[in-house]
Ligand binder design. Sequence first.
Ligand code: EPU
Length: 420
Amino acid sequence: MDCLVINGGTPLKGEVKISGAKNAALPLMAATLLTSDECVLRNLPNLSDVQFMARILKSLGASVEMNRGTIRVRARKIDGFGDYDLIRKMRGSICILGPLMGRLNEAKVSMPGGCVIGARPIDLHLKGMRDLGAKVRVEAGYVHAKAKRLIGGESFLGGRCGPTVLGTANMLMAASLAKGKTLIHSAACEPEIEDLAKFLNAMGAKILGAGSPTITIQGVRRLRGAEHRVIPDRIEAATYALAGAVTNGDVTLRSCQPSHLSAVLDKMREAGVRIESGRNTLRIRPAKQLRSVDITTMPHAGFPTDVQAQMMVLMLKSPGISIITERIFESRFMHVNELARMGADISIEGPSAIVKGGQPLSGADVMASDLRASAALVLAGMAAKGVTRVNRVYHIDRGYENIDGKLRALGANISREPGQ
Ligand code: EPU
């Protein structure tokens, strides 16, 4: 297993191009199953999760051609229900449930278990399918959903921790080919949902209100092929913005969408970081004096859970006490113990991390536990004095395209080495 070795202390400087969004790409790729025509997606990030999803589409009988960020998928016919083992390995693959239901009125997908960031239930996905008239059984580790024909209905998709992103995506995809009209209440408002609706509408779907909590979908008989460009990755953008900030650097992000990042930029400004926002660019310049801020993760347009770990590193650099509260996932503080090895003073009280910032960090051997926790450890390594070795870096390759190359181009002293 590869590791990243970082010699910290260099302020980042220069420009970085933001890639297409992983969390938009996965449901968009799944949506290509809704038609027998060819679909083309551009600006796909080169990530192991994207390659994984391409393998899933192939295992379902689609022809898939991938070439430098462009994928052509043609699912003339869907054979069976794909390779269960493959589907089981990636949580994001739950978003094939909606397209299979839309196209075949039947789906069998493996039931995802919990993961390091907490329980990952799919009850709302299943409720959505039931609200469209499907019979859903969970048996021997699989979800089996079936209907004679999906019928539009009314569905409330709000859960204990707010709406569900991939649950909303599944519902949009299934309801697009259902008979009649569907109304979703408490839908997820994430930009990735808006992007999916845009693609589905280009395929001939009739979706109104995506990006708001109430979405209506008028079902259509068939969807056709379409082309679409994936939105920029707002989480990758936030990570590079924070990488600039924690190293006191001067970093310009290109090809990003600042309007998708309001909550993160607002909190970074509150912490003192100087930010200039253009239409598709952001320039991050060092704070005159960093300040501690409190953060609570929430569904969009609140502060994203996927940036909580990286923001914690900025708070470690900011003198004073910051309280970071995680409201989306129950145990998304796996990075805290690893940061402690680098000298961080953080204590966990229920869903909150109390960060005592302003003390120097020192390089250490640390272990990546999930995608965003790994990104935080890389940021901490760049902000620390000395050498940090981030082990199990495959987590990071799931969601950050060429992270070491991009950081090196900004002047970071980072290399990839084969691990133990
Ligand atoms: N939830 C339920 N029931 C459900 C589904 C979700 O109670 O049926 C709860 C979850 O336990 C959680 C909350 O609802 O407390 C939100 O979960 P959501 O369903 O929105 O998460 P997701 O759709 O499975 C996507 C991203 C995650 C991101 C979350 C929240 C993809 C592939 N994944 O997951 O991304 O953290 O939305 O924004 O789009 C990441 O990229 O590192 C990542 C984990």
